[in-house]
Design a protein around this ligand. Sequence first.
Ligand SMILES: [Mg+2]
Length: 339
Amino acid sequence: MHSPSSPISEFDLIERFFKTGMASNITNPSLSLGIGDDCALIKPPPGEEIAITSDMLVEGRHFFAGADPELLGFKALAVNLSDLAAMGAKPLGFTLAIALPSVNTKWLESFSNGLFRLANQFSCPLIGGDTTAGPLTISITAIGSIPTDKAIRRSGAKVGDDIWVSGTVGDARLALAALRHEMILSEDELKKVAHRMHQPTPRVELGIQLRGIANAALDVSDGLLGDLKHLLKQSQVDAEILLADLPKSVSLQKQSIAIQNQFAACGGDDYELCFTASSEQRDTIMEIGRALNLPLTKIGCITPMHSHQTQIRIISAAGKVLSDTESATLLKSFDHFSA
Ligand SMILES: [Mg+2]
């Protein structure tokens, strides 16, 4: 047994915290060889292609120094699985590269608990990685698979498509405001929204169900409208968004209308899926939402491009198109969590 900061070899560290943290029942037929050799070997299911995504979290930049290691472990993997979900990919496994200022076994145990709680839930094994001494940095690469040519890209949105978003948006931003003491929430409410911020649910099953149904999709990491703009740009289309239709939690609905609109439209860290689909798919999409017990809300539509730059026309609750200045004021509120 090591004391919290006693030296531990890299081999011991991987063995103790990362190799044995996985539930023994994680099996993945696509994994020919897992952790412990020079490389992992993956054989994608026949007729499928591999989807790969990486995300790096740096202390002081993406999370506060002293952040709860269990939540950090959970979220570091969740944001990667969310990217797989956005393309309709099914997780196969992930690698972890971690720089640690010191080997603190208590910290590692908690980190590994959070990480594997989510990994086990999605049968997504750790298949390799690296550890080194350095400022706390967590880098995860998630690998998934998807039937060839079925990936849902950002570039597929078509004029006339409905625009949808899953779950509710703005809760993580509400939690951040409360944690920064910019806003006061009841203990119960703070708990609910902080859970959304720290432990987002990657919408993996939704992404898989949307294959062949959604024309374009992405996950909402930096804020709904800001992220939607990336999709519009890739698809070379504009959009019209009905501000009053953005789905908000009961907690967010208790705030002023201005805060509701700002946080729902521009708050980051929600990790919901925003996607577009032909209006003929409405019933199918509602059925998917019911089957997954996940609200799916139509929030607008895709329109032809008006100028050389893609634009979002935001329609107020009163049916009025927001002026450029009004839209800019709303969008300006965007401030993704960064120290
Ligand atoms: Mg993404």
